[in-house]
Ligand binder design. Structure first.
Ligand SMILES: NC(=O)c1ccc[n+]([C@@H]2O[C@H](COP(=O)([O-])OP(=O)(O)OC[C@H]3O[C@@H](n4cnc5c(N)ncnc54)[C@H](OP(=O)(O)O)[C@@H]3O)[C@@H](O)[C@H]2O)c1
Length: 244
């Protein structure tokens, strides 16, 4: 079943997707994968040079230069969507801050993580709500992390510095995702948080095993084939429920 196939854009009638943080890593491969599946894909990148590279993925990929922490990004993306319907909104942009002990912790790192993973995506979803509502069955995806899970984090109870900023930002993103899921279900909009796996990207751990291209292919397959009722609120990329 393809849950996002009926809506059209003002361009050529293709279904429309939005991916943030598409300059590299998982986001870049999500953009590529979605374009291969025929989605007109609006990609948010911070640097104009990355926009040039994304255009090489083909005519369905439309880069927008913007920063998800900037309130103006919602307007820029909405302008690119025009009167079209957004079937998939993937909040993928993420930042990793190194582990810190409390005495070394910079509050700015925590704030940056919170705004990047939670507040920015929340504002962008708000700005795109009319376009999501124009789709008969839209999905909002928060690319979260196992480190946003209280259950997973509680297992890591050793001494030493902790990823305060990343964990707090991702936990906030998970709670935001759950609130949105509960509210937007009434509008027919599905909202999920996804742990994509340990990926070999700039942010990934040194022992990460999975290629971001594989994760992107799995995730797009999951989103396009899973029956709408069947996707857990917090899911691993294969579709298994992830503990909160
Ligand atoms: N890698 C893993 O093992 C892993 C595990 C669990 C979850 N995740 C999550 O997966 C997502 C993708 O991460 P990745 O592994 O692909 O990392 P990555 O290679 O470091 O890519 C992160 C992307 O996010 C973009 N970005 C960061 N802040 C942004 C902002 N304020 N506005 C717009 N774009 C911004 C970066 O843009 P620039 O190029 O401009 O910096 C980059 O394109 C993240 O949300 C991450 O938390 C990753």
């Amino acid at each position: 079943m393809i849950p996002v196939g009926d809506e059209t854009t003002q361009d050529g009638g293709e279904p429309m997707a939005i991916v943030t943080g598409a300059a590299r890593g998982l986001g870049f491969h999500l953009a590529d994968e979605l374009a291969c599946h025929g989605f007109r894909t609006v990609c948010v990148v911070r640097n104009p040079s990355d926009a040039v590279r994304l255009r090489e993925l083909g005519h369905l990929v439309r880069p927008v230069v913007g920063d998800v922490t900037d309130v103006a990004v919602g307007r820029s993306v909405a302008r690119n969507v025009g009167g079209g319907a957004v079937g998939l909104l993937i909040h993928n942009a993420g930042v990793g801050h190194p582990p810190r002990r409390l005495r070394e912790l910079g509050v700015d790192d925590v704030l940056d993580s919170f705004v990047t993973h939670c507040l920015g995506p929340l504002r962008l979803t708000q700005a795109l709500l009319p376009a999501l509502r124009r789709s008969p069955c839209a999905t909002v995806v928060h690319v979260s992390s196992r480190w946003g899970s209280f259950a997973a984090a509680a297992e890591d109870d050793g001494p030493g510095g902790k990823h305060y900023a990343y964990r707090i930002g991702k936990a906030a993103q998970n709670m935001m995702s759950l609130c949105l899921r509960q509210e937007l279900a009434g509008l027919g909009i599905r909202v999920v948080a996804v742990h994509p796996g340990a990926l070999r990207t700039a942010m990934g751990a040194p022992d990460a095993q999975d290629a971001p291209s594989t994760a992107a292919a799995d995730l797009v397959r999951l989103l396009l084939t899973d029956p709408r009722e069947g996707l857990p609120p917090f899911t691993a990329r294969a579709g298994d429920p992830h503990p909160w």
